[in-house]
Design a binder for this molecule. Structure first.
Ligand code: NAD
Ligand code: IPM
Ligand code: MN
Length: 355
């Protein structure tokens, strides 16, 4: 039976990196007989320019009706002054909300070939294998907000952070389930020394933990967690946290592996899942053909694994990425003396050749 993939390239490097990932999916299809079909849709600034909205209804409808969504990135300076509700970023936020994607899995695993290229010392990085389970459709991202109001003679703006018990319960359950299939440890990250939402978060996670006594649970404040990621990243197995903390910690954790361009993610909910690299549209390198495609290619591997249940094909794609790196291919974000200079196209070709 044919499986339909909705491809949403978006803005900036989005087009370049999704093209690379689709090439890899096509090759995997030929090898493993996956019967994939691709359906392209606009989102972000590109969609705003064409249709006056960053998330056309038909894009969301197509995503909902597909077997999996491959997303590039949205955003760029060009749209920084558009009305806040029409910003390109609203496209990805709208897709997450519209598809009910409450959990975002961001794995950080450092290929042996890259251990010495991390800005952290190799002995700290060797063996890092963690996953951030980020709550994705709640918290301050989706609370009430006010762009501008006058109070006591001064202009102010506000964003409201709120979490309900069911929202925390479901993400905590997913974190414990994830840990059960890994090394059996969850670190819940909050700011419960200050925030009411974090105190509700912590007590809800503890309650859910009663159903998962075979998994170890500890808690860290987010500021300490940010430090621990740099001091001893191997201590982490599953990090479970809210939307904003997860956003910030995952960019930090990405550096452990050498470049944010390497990091994939899976956003999952009740139905169709969405797969995207954790980085953005990289306006500084867009159009130059030098973006690292691996984060998006590994996101496509996650699509194969989670949405299509094609574990063999997923593992083959991951192995091909590892092999291309082990063989010395490097896009500029990772290149140092002695390695093979690659751009998006030649890096992708190196991966295709090894698949
Ligand atoms: P960014 O992730 O786009 O870029 C940060 C830095 O990392 C830049 O120097 C960039 O060149 C580099 N980088 C990112 N991806 C790379 C890759 N694949 N290969 C090589 N280098 C890469 O973050 P930013 O600059 O803060 O944001 C730019 C725009 O992207 C903003 O509009 C932001 O809102 C948007 N954004 C979108 C998403 C998304 O669509 N999911 C995610 C993050 C940021
Ligand atoms: C990410 C991005 C998004 C987020 C933006 C573009 C809305 O930074 O996917 O990490 O903050 O979630
Ligand atoms: Mn982010």
């Amino acid at each position: 039976m044919t499986k339909k993939i909705t491809v949403i390239p978006g803005d900036g490097i989005g087009k370049e990196i999704t093209e690379a990932a689709v090439a890899v999916l096509k090759k995997a299809d030929g090898k493993f007989g996956l019967s994939l079909e691709y359906d392209y849709h606009d989102a972000g600034g590109t969609a705003y320019d064409k249709f006056g909205t960053p998330l056309p209804e038909e894009t969301l409808a197509a995503a909902k009706a597909s077997d999996g969504v491959l997303f590039g990135a949205v955003g760029g300076d060009k749209w920084d002054s558009v009305e806040p509700t029409l910003r390109p970023e609203k496209a990805i936020l709208g897709l997450r909300k519209g598809l009910g994607l409450y959990a975002n899995l961001r794995p950080v695993k450092v290929a042996d070939a890259l251990v010495q290229y991390s800005p952290l010392k190799p002995e700290l990085v060797k063996g890092v294998d963690l996953v951030i389970v980020r709550e994705l459709i709640g918290g301050i991202y989706f609370g009430d907000r006010c762009e501008s109001e006058m109070k006591d003679g001064a202009e102010r703006a506000w964003d409201l952070e709120n979490y309900s018990v069911p929202e925390v319960d479901r993400i905590a359950r997913l974190a414990f389930e994830t840990a059960k299939l890994r090394r059996g440890k969850v670190t819940s990250v909050d700011k419960s020394n200050v925030l009411a939402t974090s105190r509700l978060w912590r007590r809800t996670v503890e309650k859910v933990h009663e159903d998962y006594k075979d998994v170890a649970l500890d808690h860290l404040y987010v500021d300490n967690c940010a430090m621990q990621l740099a001091v001893r990243p191997t201590q982490f197995d599953v990090i479970c946290t809210g939307n904003l903390f997860g956003d910030i910690l995952s960019d930090e954790a990405a550096v452990i592996g050498g470049s944010i361009g390497m990091m994939p993610s899976a956003s999952i909910g009740e139905q169709t899942s969405l797969f995207e690299p954790i980085h953005g549209s990289a306006p500084d390198i867009a159009g130059k053909g030098i973006a690292n495609p691996i984060g998006t290619i590994l996101s496509a591997a996650m699509l194969l694994r989670y949405s299509l249940k094609e574990e063999k094909a997923a593992a083959a794609v991951e192995a091909a990425c590892d092999k291309a790196l082990a063989d010395g291919f490097r896009t500029p974000d990772l290149w140092t003396e002695g390695f093979k200079k690659a751009n998006t196209e030649s890096m992708t070709q190196a991966i295709l050749d090894r698949l």
